[in-house]
Write a protein that binds this ligand. Structure first.
Ligand code: FES
Length: 275
């Protein structure tokens, strides 16, 4: 078989003897399962709120006050426009920005290029096309990543705001499973966002000396923290991705009356039947 630079040619051909295909296969299953769930959320278009909790898929929507009505009446920016196609739900529109951030993420690019496109399937494994030209032509849109980062950072306070609302119900502070899940969701998304390679460059790049002045020293501290997160970027990518799903699923099931919420307001609470 022909070789290029010592590597075998032909899709999937390799001299590697380890289980290189496990990673791309797990990625395809993980991302595929998440996308199927997200599509279901978009298509269902309801059950996004329960008691004091608002699904993270409906970020920027107003705090619900009446669980019997999970209509778009709670939209922070007013009513969801009438007459829009049924497929254009808040979950779809609000998913565009985080979606663009993840799609252009350096880690995810590696992951889905391998898992879904076989370009290449793994290190030193034959790619699907011999004329692979890297991220040129249409793939130049991946350079938008830094700009999607700015917007993702701007969303972080909103995440914490929504999580904080989950600790206030019926004019009193309390703790429930949903609120804790939303808080963990905000923390994991912060870990993912601040571990971004582009962010690490912003806080620590373009400096020749970390110890020259006060600002450089504090930037070194921020850079060190970002580096710690960056070394765990893949872990935060997956944990934050799936915690959004778990948070939404929990709130959805509570809203549908499938499971009760456990909280300090009313103990075991069947919120769907509460009103
Ligand atoms: Fe992954 Fe920026 S590199 S979020």
């Amino acid at each position: 078989m022909a070789t290029t630079g010592g590597h075998l040619q032909g899709f999937g051909s390799t001299n590697r003897s380890d289980s290189w295909w496990v990673g791309p296969t797990a990625t395809a299953i993980g991302l595929g399962t998440w996308l199927v769930y997200y599509s279901w959320v978009v298509l269902q278009g309801k059950y996004w709120a329960a008691g004091p909790y608002l699904s993270p898929f409906y970020l920027t929507y107003n705090h619900p006050t009446d669980v019997t009505d999970t209509s778009p009446a709670y939209a922070l920016w007013g009513m969801w426009p009438e007459g829009w196609p049924a497929l254009i739900t808040p979950a779809l529109v609000l998913g565009l920005l985080p979606g663009a951030f993840r799609i252009t993420c350096y880690y995810y690019r590696k992951a889905y290029y391998r898992a879904f496109f076989g370009m290449p399937p793994g290190c030193a494994v034959g790619t699907r096309r011999v004329d692979y030209r890297g991220e040129t032509a249409l793939l130049l849109f991946q350079n938008m990543h830094r700009y999607t980062l700015y917007l993702a950072i701007a969303l972080l306070p909103v995440l914490y705001f929504e999580a904080a609302l989950g600790f206030f119900w019926e004019d009193s502070f309390g703790v429930g499973i949903g609120g804790v899940m939303l808080l963990i969701n905000a923390i994991l998304l912060t870990g993912y966002t601040l571990g971004c390679h582009a962010w690490r460059h912003l806080v620590g790049g373009r400096l020749n000396c970390f110890s020259c002045d006060g600002i450089s020293k504090s930037r070194h501290g921020a850079w060190s923290f970002t580096t710690w997160l960056n070394q765990r970027h893949m872990m935060f990518a997956w944990m934050s991705l799936y915690w959004i799903l778990f948070s939404d699923l929990y709130i959805r099931l509570v809203s549908m009356g499938v499971v009760p919420d456990v909280n300090t307001w009313h103990g075991v609470t069947w919120i769907s039947a509460f009103h």
